[in-house]
Design a protein around this ligand. Structure first.
Ligand code: ADP
Length: 263
């Protein structure tokens, strides 16, 4: 009788061991898939700007170097391609750190209104090129203090505003508002009247490299990582991000932040 019981226990243990191993192997398989998928996407993203830069260099070597005007124009274009590569690599570095949890938050009290104004100034030229107006929905006379990682929230606001310019119509408007939410929270909203996003794409929008229109959006110059970075930063703060969008009408991205006692 004891022998049978022992055998049963042993079998159960073996089964448990086998099950654990299966789970382990499944996890490894998923990670491997994820790694392959990531590397595939990365090389794809890098290919276009690399070939562009190579194209200009080859044309220069082919004789365009002799012509002073052409030389300058091609070198400027090659430089634009290199700038784009740097931008993509920086985003890749950031998303990798965010995904493995290597990036630590350095929270401090700061005025969210002042931060948004700073980002407006930095993006003024970009917005002017499409004659897009960046506004607050009202004049904020008093600071709104929040407790968060200032640099990373600046990145969030920059990414969302850059998108509103990229996917906004010429002569359009992007409006930012900050409102008190329940208790100790504020909500920051970034609303544009741009091209909007068809409903079926919304659930996958925050995935890295996900784009509504691949070829077109890549031509816009992004890395395809902007929204994935935004989501990671907001979630690292234990806050929430929302999106509402209607194709042909516009989009609103909003996120919550913790209020600070004072600035
Ligand atoms: P990208 O580098 O392609 O801009 P993002 O992660 O920042 O990458 O955005 C993912 C996709 O979401 C974009 O390619 C675009 O299709 C869509 N998108 C993001 N923001 C907006 C917006 N404000 N209006 C319309 N579409 C947007």
């Amino acid at each position: 009788r004891t022998v049978t019981t022992d055998m049963r226990t042993l079998i159960r243990e073996i089964e448990k061991f086998a099950q654990d191993k299966t789970v382990e192997i499944d996890t490894l398989k998923i990670r491997e898939e994820y790694r392959k998928d990531f590397l595939g996407n990365v090389s794809h993203e890098l290919k276009t700007p690399l070939f562009t830069v190579q194209g200009y260099i080859l044309t220069l070597l082919d004789g365009a170097l002799e012509d002073k005007n052409v030389r300058k124009k091609y070198l400027q274009r090659a430089n634009k391609g290199v700038e784009r590569l740097i931008y993509i690599v920086k985003d890749l570095d950031l998303i990798t750190k965010l995904e493995v949890g290597e990036l630590h938050l350095e929270k401090e009290d700061f005025d969210i209104i002042e931060l948004v104004k700073n980002v407006f100034e930095l993006l003024e030229m970009k917005a002017d090129k499409k004659n897009i107006t960046l506004t607050f929905d009202m004049e904020y006379s008093k600071p709104i203090p929040v407790l968060a990682d200032r640099e990373k929230i600046q990145q969030v606001i920059t990414n969302l505003l850059v998108n509103s310019i990229k996917y906004g119509h010429t002569n359009g408007t992007t409006e930012v508002s900050v409102e008190n939410l329940i208790k100790n929270k504020v909500i920051v909203r970034i609303t544009d009247n741009g091209e909007g996003i068809p409903k079926q794409h919304i659930p996958r929008l925050f995935e890295r490299f996900y784009r509504v229109d691949h070829s077109r959006n890549r031509a816009e110059g992004g890395s395809g990582l902007g929204l994935a970075i935004v989501k990671h930063i907001i979630e690292a703060h234990d806050e929430k991000i929302y999106i509402e969008s209607v194709a042909g009408v516009g989009s609103e991205f909003s996120f919550t932040l913790e209020k600070a006692k004072k600035v």
